[in-house]
Design a binder for this molecule. Structure first.
Ligand code: ADP
Ligand code: MG
Length: 339
């Protein structure tokens, strides 16, 4: 029988990878904003139209790219962030897989304008379905602007699967919150259909939380702070009397990355035991710092699921730290459990 195995062409491989990296417009927002942060931006603008279905644009004032790098950035496994497998155990950047731009360009129309400080003119690239359709020299500010239109234009099933504009905008807003919360040292602007819905000046974590969730937050926050050999914990919990019926504001960040961890979530809930009704949820904004070699973030392309070396110890430290903060700030039970 004849040999039947063949290597898939790059544009097909990119489209397959895109299925994992890009689930919806919010995934594009996450990837583009993370790239802007990795590029050292001090100001990031997010511009969307119709819940990202018509337009997703991220403009940064970061390092920009040379003409060659601009083209290479859309290749699969093309990254400036790691060069060896060893680097995976010591990641300082959000990106490292070199997949996002290749994936996005495989399933959308992408327009990139970029310039480095060393170059007087910039590069303007248009890519549709992995193909460069035009490349020009352009006068553009230092930094990078990437627009993504017609997402899933060549995957009708995905395009049809998109939810209402309202729902997609909510997912985008969630991603925006996650990125903005962990980088209060970066200025963010978020425009939806031409109007500015967030304007976040540079500040501290507490101010950033208040800017995002409103001034009502200011007197709800109780600081959390602990440093052990295993982990440094900082951030805030919300006072028990502000626990909500809906899940509300619950954020974990590990090494400056938003993560989902049902196990650590449970540690927080356990610390609130007896202080809140069992059908309500505590609010928290918790920043964990661990040795980069003790955390594996390469479990899934979206990198929100992570694996800690010593989860049990983390659990115990988190629970006791939060209990301590609740006690120290005289947060006593205020609920009448008879009702
Ligand atoms: P990764 O972030 O994993 O490296 P991406 O596909 O997201 O992969 O980006 C590929 C490369 O393109 C990055 O490593 C970086 O060198 C470059 N790049 C992407 N976005 C930007 C940006 N906004 N500013 C400067 N360089 C960028
Ligand atoms: Mg990236």
């Amino acid at each position: 029988m004849a040999d039947i195995i063949k290597l898939l062409p790059d544009h097909v491989a990119n489209q397959i990878a895109a299925g994992e990296v890009v689930q919806r417009p919010a995934s594009v927002v996450k990837e583009l904003m993370e790239n802007a942060i990795d590029a050292g931006a001090t100001c990031i603008k997010l511009i969307v139209k119709d819940g990202g279905k018509t337009l997703i644009q991220v403009v940064d004032d970061g390092s920009g790219m040379s003409e060659t790098d601009a083209r290479l950035s859309f290749e699969r496994h093309a990254t400036s962030k790691i060069s060896s497998a060893q680097d995976l155990f010591n990641l300082a950047t959000k990106g490292f897989r070199g997949e996002a731009l290749a994936s996005i360009a495989a399933i959308a129309h992408v327009d990139m304008q970029t310039r480095t400080a060393a170059n007087e003119v910039g590069t303007h690239l248009k890519i549709e379905g992995s193909k460069i359709v035009s490349q020009e020299v352009i006068a553009t500010p230092e930094g990078t602007s990437i627009s993504v239109k017609n997402l899933f234009f060549n995957i009708p099933a995905r395009r049809n699967f998109l939810k209402s504009t309202q729902v997609e905008l909510r997912h985008i807003t969630d991603e925006f919150h996650r990125v903005a919360l962990v980088h209060p040292n970066i200025e963010f602007h978020f425009y939806n259909n031409g109007s500015e819905i967030f304007n976040l000046p540079i500040g501290k974590h507490r101010q950033r939380i208040v800017h995002i969730f409103g001034s009502k937050m200011d007197n709800r926050l109780v600081p959390v702070s602990e440093e052990t050999e295993v982990v440094k914990v900082s951030g805030f919990i919300c006072k028990p009397e502000f626990a909500k019926k809906s899940r509300g504001e619950q954020f974990f960040f590990a090494n400056n990355r938003y993560i989902k961890s049902p196990y650590l979530h449970h540690a927080v809930v356990a610390a609130f035991e007896g202080l809140i009704k069992s059908d309500t949820h505590p609010g928290y904004f918790l920043f964990l710092e661990v040795d980069p070699s003790s955390i594996d973030i390469n479990i899934h392309p979206t990198k929100t699921e992570v694996k800690f070396d010593d989860e049990n110890t983390l659990y115990a430290i988190l629970r006791s730290t939060i209990k301590h903060s609740l006690g120290q700030f005289n947060v006593a039970p205020v609920l009448d459990f008879d009702h």
